[in-house]
Design a binder for this molecule. Sequence first.
Ligand SMILES: [Fe+2]
Ligand SMILES: [Fe+2]
Length: 286
Amino acid sequence: MTTHLAPKDHVIQPRPAKFNITEKSPRYWFDNDPFRTHFFNAFLTTFPPGETFFVRSVLDFRHLVTDDDLQQQISDFCSQEGNHAHAHDLHADILGVQGYSSIARDNRFLDWGLHQLNRWMPKFSLAITIAIEHFTAILAHQVYSAPELFIEPAHEDFKPMFQWHAAEEIEHKAVAYDVYQAVDGHYGKRITAMVLTTIGILMIMFVRLFPLLRKDGLLWNWSTWKNGMPFLVGKNGLLRRPLHHYFQFYKRDFHPWEVDDYYMIQEFREQYDSGEFLSDESIQTA
Ligand SMILES: [Fe+2]
Ligand SMILES: [Fe+2]
């Protein structure tokens, strides 16, 4: 069930890749700034428990999906999210080696909590999944619509990972949503999930960010916050810039493909298909 809104040439293509993020990668790899880097460290490392949760949440309802196209999309979605989780797990391991032990602890707790959600509230887990997939689609859209803000400041070791993950998030942004519509589609549940997810993500992000800054002796450093917060909530901030996109989710008839951004990843897809992307020395096929 590729909806009528999906682009005509739409495909979901899993692209296994391994990135050159090592102990030698710079500690402050985003814009040479500790706050921005640790925000991304805190965020990107939620993907291993988060994306395996998305996969479980969708697979719990796969047997109710009768459409062959959507069945294939579910398979490709699971492959992509599995690859992403693995890549970000390797990044989390490097942070552990660098002494940021809170990440592994936070992820164990998050993984446990998300397993409990799957176990006790499977339908609501699917609703939460589509809410978080909306967030990843928004961020992916930002990466491609404002590369000067969200790709260029990253160190070379990290840039390809941003491009790769963001492109695949755009490709599969409607899969969990279409599964939800096929098996439930309840509007109130979807909106409740989004409100709770928004609050939960903001809380989790700061709970994860604090120990990273504390480890570097920067938690109570005024200039760290003064330089960092505009990146999130300033005029072009990561959390402020896409507010319109965020609120589209609350429309009763919302569908992810009404935000037309497939064309934005055309160049990445061509670079990947021609082998140019993988020829970058910072990437290996996984
Ligand atoms: Fe992903
Ligand atoms: Fe995703």
